[in-house]
Write a new protein. Sequence first.
Length: 293
Amino acid sequence: MENSVNVSTFLENAGAGDASSVLEGWMKAGWGKLTVGNLLSALTLLLVCLAAARLLLGVAGKLLGRSGGMDERMKRYILKGLKGLLYLLTALIVAGSLDIDVTSLIAVISVFGLAVSLAVQDVLGNVAGGMVLLFSKPFTLGDYVSTADGEGEVAEITLTHTKLDTPSGQRVMLPNSRLTAGQIVNYTVRGVRRADHAIAASYDDEPEAVRGACLKALERTPGILPDPAPQVVLTAYGESAIEYRVRFWARTEDYWDAHFRSLEEIHRAFAEDGVTMTYNHLNVHIVERGEQP
């Protein structure tokens, strides 16, 4: 005795949300005659399929291990996906050996797979973004990055989210789909960073004197790289001061110490050399009554 189920009717019931009809149709989906021989044959086939799946997973693991450029997390995700696919194929093969209507089973998987994909489309977008991040590697663990949604040190990269530790001690979780769709600035990948200070000095001070004071301050600042050499350039003539740019390079791990220390040294060098560091101010003239301004 063999039972069968009409696939089109089965799908119509599933699409209409008739859960009882779906379950009943799946339970009656061509189970066929079960005998001891069939069960033993199916068990043997199951063991063979599991052994073949393990062998294929081992070969895939070795091949992925030889690809040194691929991220370790990416390798694990690929192996997990391959493992799930092989187990699903094993289940279908064994079910077919027991004369079970595999077509109905595939229909059930398709319907539920479609429903799940529609329900978690945002999650799937994040997963796709995670795959892009793991393949393209715009950053790695420990890098300091800036994104449209925040900046910080990369603490963890998962398939759906990337976790950043901000300088203020906060843990920020950013969806991978937003990261791949926006700009990512990596401050760590090159190993060096350039500081750029805006300095204003009086019109009464010669540019050579200002430049000499700034360079002297940079020489006393630890962590500044000699190559490329520090640079002091005149950039603009302001309303009440001449504007300069003080630029230097430092290793990423020394950047912030050199950044803040150089500002202190510039202020000290200006005081030593008599260079006036101007600031915006307002002159008020009081005119007595009866006097002409």
